[in-house]
Design a protein around this ligand. Structure first.
Ligand SMILES: Nc1ncnc2c1ncn2[C@@H]1O[C@H](COP(=O)(O)OP(=O)(O)O)[C@@H](O)[C@H]1O
Ligand SMILES: [Mg+2]
Length: 233
């Protein structure tokens, strides 16, 4: 529709399509999705299982290429970059929290949190220490992920996602494997740390309480974004 450029968008995706091959059939799982996220904005993505939320998040986070359409982060078109360039952008500009934690099993809590800074050769032990304390794991800094509870693992993952002060953090059902109390704690930490860094936050969740806290809620249905909250640009 009207093509006013909203200058505040940190991430914008235009006309994304993704098809997967299932046997002989090609199945469209993302159908013409356009979406923008403003700097510092907290966006929740909801929708039934199988509606395409994880696939969309993977495209936005440049973990996967769309068949067509483009994703732009801070003015840079990701769809045009090769794997190596994308890896650098993911390291520098993005944070990730997954439902299944995905910590590096041979690294301690401290080393996991420091990892994004270490691979970017930006070691900052003071920042790592501050984050370990912020997520309440000072007494666990040398523990391995296998020695932690689910809540402790996800708090480690939250600290890791925010340590490099990314422009945007993606979280795919970050509380899906946690009980209610741990879920609440993890989300609160995610929101608190994000308030400190000013990172935008895109969270896939089924939690209505979280949706209430979001700046904007986007609902997916059968590979599409429901009309009323579709990006009109
Ligand atoms: N690699 C794949 N091969 C075949 N089907 C897939 C693949 N990835 C996702 N799908 C299908 O695409 C749809 C959307 O999946 P997904 O994005 O995981 O949904 P959600 O996260 O909302 O549950 C589902 O029907 C799923 O089965
Ligand atoms: Mg999913």
């Amino acid at each position: 529709m009207t093509a006013t450029l909203t200058s505040n968008a940190i991430l914008s995706a235009a006309h994304l399509h993704k098809t997967v091959q299932v046997g002989e059939q090609s199945l469209a799982i993302i159908k013409d999705v356009s979406i923008h996220v403003d700097a510092g904005e907290f966006v929740v993505i909801m929708g039934k299982s199988g509606s395409g939320k994880s696939t969309l998040l993977g495209l936005l986070a440049a973990l996967d290429y769309p068949d067509s359409g483009s994703v732009t982060l801070a003015g840079q078109t990701l769809s045009a970059l090769d794997e190596d360039a994308l890896a650098v952008i993911r390291q520098r500009e993005m944070g990730f929290v997954f439902q299944a934690f995905h910590l590096l099993p041979t690294l301690s809590v401290c080393e996991n949190i420091a990892f994004p800074l270490d691979i970017a050769r930006r070691a900052d032990p003071a920042r790592v220490d501050a984050l370990i304390e912020a997520v309440g794991l000072g007494h666990r800094r040398d523990s391995l992920p296998s020695q932690l509870s689910g809540g402790e693992q996800q708090r480690t993952a939250v600290a890791r996602a925010l340590v490099a002060q990314p422009k945007i953090v993606f979280a795919d059902e970050p509380t899906g494997n946690l009980d209610e109390q741990n879920a609440e704690q993890v989300m609160q930490l995610l929101l608190d740390l994000r308030a400190q860094t000013g990172s935008a936050l895109v969270v896939v969740t089924h939690d209505p309480a979280l949706a209430d806290m979001a700046d904007r809620v986007i609902t997916m249905h059968d590979g599409m974004i429901d009309g009323s909250n579709a990006d009109e640009k």
